[in-house]
Structure formats: C-alpha cells, structure tokens
Design a protein around this ligand. Structure first.
Ligand SMILES: CC(C)(COP(=O)(O)OP(=O)(O)OC[C@H]1O[C@@H](n2cnc3c(N)ncnc32)[C@H](O)[C@@H]1OP(=O)(O)O)[C@@H](O)C(=O)NCCC(=O)NCCS
Length: 145
C-alpha cells in the first residue's frame, strides 16, 4: 500500500456560508481517487467537525492527520476552536492530532470557557463536542458557575 510520501495528493478546502469540507484526493496515474473527507460547520465562533473519514485502504497512512492539520490551519487563521464528537476507537487518533477531552476540564460546578488572550475578549463557553482543539492565542479556562 502507498504511503503519504509516495502519493500525489490534492487537497480541497471549501467553505460556503456556515458549511465547509476538506477533501483529499490521490491523483496518481491522472486518476482522482477520493481518499477521505472532513465535513464541518462554522458557527458561533467555533468549528464543529461532523464527519471525519478516510477510506479503508488508505487508513493509518497519515492522511487523517493531514486533513486534520488542514482544518487546524484554517481554524488558526480564523482564531476558531475545533470541536467534535469522537467514536471511542478514534479518541487516540484525535489526541495525537492535539485534541483534548473536554471532560478533562469539566468539573462539578465548573464550566469550560475559551478566552481570546490576544483581544482580551470575554470567555466563551464550550459547546457541541467531547473533544476540542484550541488554536494558539486562545486558552481554555475552568470557571466556577
Ligand atoms: C479515524 C481515522 C479518521 C484516522 O485516519 P487515519 O488516516 O487512519 O489516521 P493517520 O494515519 O493519520 O493516524 C495518525 C496517528 O493516529 C494513529 N491512529 C489512527 N487511527 C487510530 C486509532 N483508531 N486508534 C489509535 N491510534 C490511531 C496513527 O497510528 C498515527 O499515529 P502516529 O502519528 O504515532 O504514527 C480513520 O481511521 C477513519 O476514517 N476511520 C473510520 C471512520 C472513523 O472512525 N472516523 C472518526 C469518526 S469520529
């Protein structure tokens, strides 16, 4: 099986209104084969990834991480955090991509907020997801309610 380094890859990132997708193609032999995709929403100053998928015979070759990195670059440029619900089997994958379990921050009587350190904005409560990736310049804080 091919590895990421010996495929010619085309990455497409499209955002229209509140919806976006990233699609990865293998363009070897002038044929475009879809390797995987991420579907996401941009809403309420956060990105929620609703579908992350690499087709079976391209899994464990670095393509999932590559797509997540594209999404993280977009999120960093727009200062958006990224949330998703992870299947139990994929939690380790997301941790390797820099995501953290939201439950790590949640404690009884506390909520997790994200604070825009650079702009000194008020904190924003985390929602929609059990894993979060936070761009540089935002920080997670646990706040008593
Ligand atoms: C989960 C998924 C997106 C990962 O994509 P992938 O291309 O196979 O993953 P990568 O090759 O980029 O893996 C990156 C790292 O995560 C690790 N990893 C990938 N899948 C893993 C898993 N299920 N469990 C533990 N580690 C995993 C890899 O070993 C690699 O580690 P390394 O950097 O130390 O070598 C893909 O396997 C998939 O589509 N699975 C089926 C659908 C699914 O579960 N989607 C997620 C829904 S929330």
């Amino acid at each position: 099986m091919k590895s990421e380094s010996d495929c010619r890859i085309h990455v497409s990132l499209k955002v229209k209104g509140n919806f976006g997708d990233i699609v990865l193609y293998n363009i070897d032999k002038r044929k475009w084969i879809r390797i995987g995709n991420i579907v996401f929403m941009v809403y309420d100053e956060q990105i929620t990834a609703t579908d992350v998928d690499v087709i079976e015979n391209y899994q464990k070759l670095g393509f999932g991480k590559l797509m997540i990195e594209v999404l993280q670059r977009y999120a960093q440029e727009h200062m958006l955090s990224v949330y998703l619900y992870s299947l139990r089997d994929a939690i380790e994958f997301y941790k390797k991509c820099g995501f953290q379990r939201v439950s790590r921050f949640r404690r009884r009587g506390c909520k997790l907020i994200l604070t825009n350190v650079e702009k000194g904005k008020d904190g924003k409560q985390v929602s929609y997801g059990d894993m979060v990736w936070v761009p540089k310049g935002l920080k997670c804080a646990r706040v008593a309610v």
